[in-house]
Design a protein around this ligand. Structure first.
Ligand SMILES: Cc1ncc(COP(=O)(O)O)c(C=O)c1O
Length: 391
């Protein structure tokens, strides 16, 4: 029977084998060490609850003031946050949204017509695929190449007739910042093909060891093309539940003015950011600094534990990362990464993500979240390494 639904998404994807195995293990009451948790509010980190509550004090009583790009005080607070990262912006370049996912949705409406392709990096977190399809823009992957560090594979970039280029810097899960050379070349190509760059920088505040030529924020880099740099409370302050993201628009002045005028019309249609969170934003950004510090300390500690546990003679390799919350382990290719993940789940009670979830095509790889509570992480890693040795 015909169904009254759009075909924007392939709805009937079903659960994958690993998700089914996880559900079965949980249903059987098997205790699991979950090394995939990426929700910072669920990994036992202390939050400055009183400071957060103070930031919201009296905000609920405020009258509604619709503002397509956000309230002036909140936009100024984002300008202040970019200043913390060494970038000078005007408040007029800042657009508030409910999340970086929503920033993508608004930008895809601005930049693409249904059917036009959005160029998305591969490997990466499988979110943009859905965000693009939901705007009727088929995603088209371009590859990131690994030769000890990650680079844009320009040969895989098919720019003709595309709507936009998405860059994720630092990338999730590779942890790689785009290099200045790659960024400048992409920006030049984008300008030549009348395209804009969308640079997702939600993990930029979690540096591990950035390379000398890393672009730590595209908002501070001159570009002949329009550039939208995305950020938000979700990752940079560990506050995904408060639903506030932002974008900083830069580029040639005339184009920028026009882009912002169009974007204002789109944002005005939704007015999706709540007034209380906007009024609280200056206080939240301040409170968020402590949360960010704790997350970064944990990420660094867990990564160190992992590296030290591997030792010199391990059958697996920890791929280098410049930033972010993930570790990628290359494991022996005696079985697929999915089979490794299933074995670890079923025999050892350890949950990890197989690299193919992220289209990592560098042998068999497992992806571990580094924000997991320290003891859980250490025990999970110990079991994982014992399994690798035992096979
Ligand atoms: C690279 C990247 N960008 C964006 C998001 C979504 O962030 P938000 O919560 O702001 O929508 C995620 C979520 O994990 C992500 O990994």
């Amino acid at each position: 029977m015909a169904r009254p639904f759009s075909r924007r998404l392939p709805w009937a994807t079903g659960e994958n084998a690993l998700a089914r195995a996880e559900a079965a293990a949980r249903a059987a009451g098997q205790p699991l060490l979950d090394l995939t948790v990426s929700n910072p509010t669920q990994v036992g980190l202390p939050y400055p609850d009183e400071e957060i509550a103070r930031a919201f004090a009296d905000t609920a009583a405020s009258p509604y003031q619709p503002a397509p790009f956000g309230l002036p005080g909140a936009r100024a607070a984002v300008v202040g946050d970019y200043a913390r990262r060494g970038v000078g912006l005007e408040a007029s370049q800042v657009v508030l949204t409910a999340s970086s996912s929503e920033s993508y949705a608004l930008l895809f409406k601005l930049l693409g017509d249904p059917g036009q392709r959005v160029l998305c990096p591969e490997p990466s977190y499988p979110l943009f695929e859905y965000l693009a399809r939901l705007e009727s823009l088929p995603p088209q992957p371009y590859r990131l190449r690994f030769d000890g560090s990650w680079h844009v594979d320009f040969d895989s970039l098919d720019l003709e007739g595309a709507a936009a280029i998405v860059l994720v810097s630092p990338n999730n899960p590779t942890g790689s910042f785009v290099s200045r050379d790659d960024f400048d070349r992409l920006a030049q190509l984008a300008a030549e093909h009348d395209l804009a760059l969308i640079v997702d920088e939600v993990f930029a505040d979690f540096p591990l060891s950035p390379a000398a030529g890393a672009v730590t924020t595209a908002a501070g880099r001159p570009s002949p093309a329009l550039v939208f740099s995305l950020g938000g409370l979700s990752k940079s302050c560990g506050l995904p539940h408060l639903k506030l993201g932002w974008m900083a628009a830069t580029g040639p002045p005339d184009l920028l003015r026009e882009a912002l005028a169009h974007l204002e019309l789109i944002a005005d249609t939704y007015l999706s950011v709540g007034t209380p969170v906007q009024l609280a934003l200056p206080g939240l950004l301040q409170a968020g600094a402590a949360i960010r510090r704790r997350i970064l300390e944990r990420v660094r500690r867990n990564r160190r534990v992992l590296a030290e546990s591997l030792g010199a003679h391990s059958p697996c390799t920890l791929l280098p990362a410049e930033a972010g919350w993930c570790a990628i382990l290359r494991v022996p290719e005696i079985m697929s990464d999915e089979d490794w993940a299933r074995t670890l789940l079923e025999k050892d009670g350890v949950l990890v993500q197989p690299g193919y979830f992220f289209d990592l095509a560098v042998g068999a790889t497992l992806v571990l979240s580094l924000i997991v509570q320290e003891q859980v992480f250490a025990e999970g890693v110990a079991r994982l390494l014992a399994r690798l040795v035992a096979r």
